[in-house]
Each structure stands twice: as C-alpha cells, then as structure tokens.
Design a protein around this ligand. Structure first.
Ligand SMILES: [Zn+2]
Length: 295
C-alpha cells in the first residue's frame, strides 16, 4: 500500500494543509479518492481565494461604507453650516434694518402726533375767530405796556358812540397818546360788521375797567341802534371771541362780565337794561363752546 501510504501521506499533507479547513472525515483510498482529494485541494485553494476575496470585499464594503459615512457627515456639516450662515445673514439683515431701516415703530406715533397736531390746529382754527392785529403805539394813555400776568375776567363794553366803526374807535385810542385827553383802551374792538381789531397784545394791560385792568381782557363793541343793541354780525363775532378766550384761559361763563358789573357804569347799555339778553349772551357762548368741542 505504498501508493496508499503516499496517498495517506499526501492526505496527511492535505490534512495538514487544510487543517484549518474542514476537519470532517475524508473518503479513503482509490483513484476516486485521489480525484476527490485533488478536487479538495482545488476547493481548498478556491476556498482560500474566496475567503481572501470575501475579506477584500468586506474591506472594500467597509471602506466604501466609511466613505459614504464621511460624505454624509460632510454633507450634514455643510448643510448645518449653510443653515447657520443663512440664519446669521437673516439676523444681520434684520439687525441692519432695525438700525438703519425705516423706523416703522417710530413712524406710527409720529404720524399719530402729526394727526393730533393737525386736529388741534383745526380745532384752534374753529375756535379762534379771524382777528386783525393792529396794536396801538405804546403810550401812557392807552398802551402803558404794563404786563398782564393773569386773566380771570373778560369784560364786555359798548363804545357809547352809535354808528362809529372799529377802525374809528381804534383811532380814538391811538390818538389819546397824542392828546393825553384821558386814559382809555381795550384789547379788542368788534365793528358793527363783525370785524375784530386787536389793539393790545394779550400780555399787556389796557385801561378799561378800574381795579380790574391787571387781571382782565376787555372787548369794545360797536353798534348802530340807539338802544345799544349789537348787530347780529357784532354779536356773532363777540360770541366766537369770548369762547376762544375762555378756552385759552380756561374760564367758565362766570368770568364773563359787563363793565356794569364792576362799578355800575351803564355799559354795555342794552345788556344792562335787558338782563335776559345778557343771560342769553352767556348761554350762547357756553353753547358755542360745547358745539365746537364736539367737532
Ligand atoms: Zn365800558
């Protein structure tokens, strides 16, 4: 059994060679067994190759897996970075808009303030009648230039000279500075056509009502009728002027006085002789104020 021995030896060798391989039983002896052994050897070689390939493949797979993971991480990183950059850009843009952009939050109150100012201006226009400023030349008899620091009373007068105009009465006051005939003046003169002339600034006293010149404003009214009743035009201007002054100095109708109420002089005549007309006048002023306030 020399061949067999060889074979055995071979088989031993094979056995040793493929020691790490299949440890199972092998068929013994015969040409068939040789063929099987050859096939086995071949199989062993293929097995090795397969294992190597398998290892290589697995290594390749791992490498490619690793590469894919790296690519994924890289993409994630780039994506996250892009997000941060985008967010930062948006934040920066927003910040810049806040700093240098149009001030929306400031704009609205400004607009509201403008509207309020406009409303106040309209209100004032509605309240303040048209007045011609034609101040007297400073002089000791009609424009002494002494300060009027408070206004608590508004006096109504009549000119005691029927048919004379506001301009004529202003001229009379102006002329007192030259003639020195007497001391007399008023802040306003309302003509029988309703025109209003202002003879004195409101921060200066006039000579109109003894003992009250330093806390009052006086209004002279022109008239046409002998009884001293004011024309409708004069009356309307007087109501508007009194209403405006009451608002300016925060006064109520108790501040409305006739010259007569301080000193007993029959001025303004018609409204001294007709108490009801005077009461109506005060009510008309109050109504005028109420109506203009609700505008
Ligand atoms: Zn008077």
């Amino acid at each position: 059994m020399g061949t067999e021995d060889k074979d055995r030896d071979l088989s031993l060798i094979v056995d040793t060679q493929k020691d790490s391989g299949s440890k199972g039983q092998r068929p013994d002896g015969g040409p068939e067994a040789g063929a099987i052994r050859r096939r086995e050897r071949t199989a062993v070689g293929e097995e090795d190759r397969r294992q190597r390939e398998e290892r290589l493949r697995s290594q390749r797979q791992q490498r490619s897996k690793r590469r894919r993971r790296q690519v994924l991480f890289a993409r994630l990183a780039v994506g996250t970075l892009a997000l941060f950059v985008g967010a930062a850009a948006v934040a920066l843009g927003w910040g810049l808009m806040e700093l240098f952009g149009p001030k929306e939050t400031d704009g609205e109150p400004a607009a509201v303030m403008q509207q309020e100012t406009a409303a106040a201006a309209v209100d004032n226009r509605a309240q303040k009648p048209q007045i011609q400023e034609d101040f007297l030349t400073p002089n000791p008899y009609s424009r002494p230039g002494e300060p009027l620091t408070e206004v608590t009373e508004l006096f109504v007068h009549y000119t005691a000279n029927a048919g004379t105009s506001a301009a004529q009465n202003r001229h009379y006051f102006e002329n007192l500075g030259t003639t020195g005939e007497t001391s007399a003046s008023a802040h306003f003169i309302i003509g029988y056509e309703g025109e209003i002339i202002q003879c004195l600034p409101l921060n200066e006293i006039g000579y109109a009502v003894k003992q009250h010149n330093y806390n009052s404003i006086s209004i002279e009214c022109c008239y046409l009728e002998k009884d001293g009743r004011f024309t409708d035009a004069t009356y309307e201007s007087l109501i508007a002027l009194l209403a405006w002054l009451m608002k300016e100095y925060d006064l109520d109708t108790s501040a409305l006085l006739r010259h007569y109420d301080c000193g007993g002089k029959l001025c303004p005549l018609y409204y001294v002789e007709h108490e009801d007309a005077w009461e109506k006048l005060k009510k008309d002023v109050a109504d005028y104020i109420a109506a203009s306030s609700s505008l």
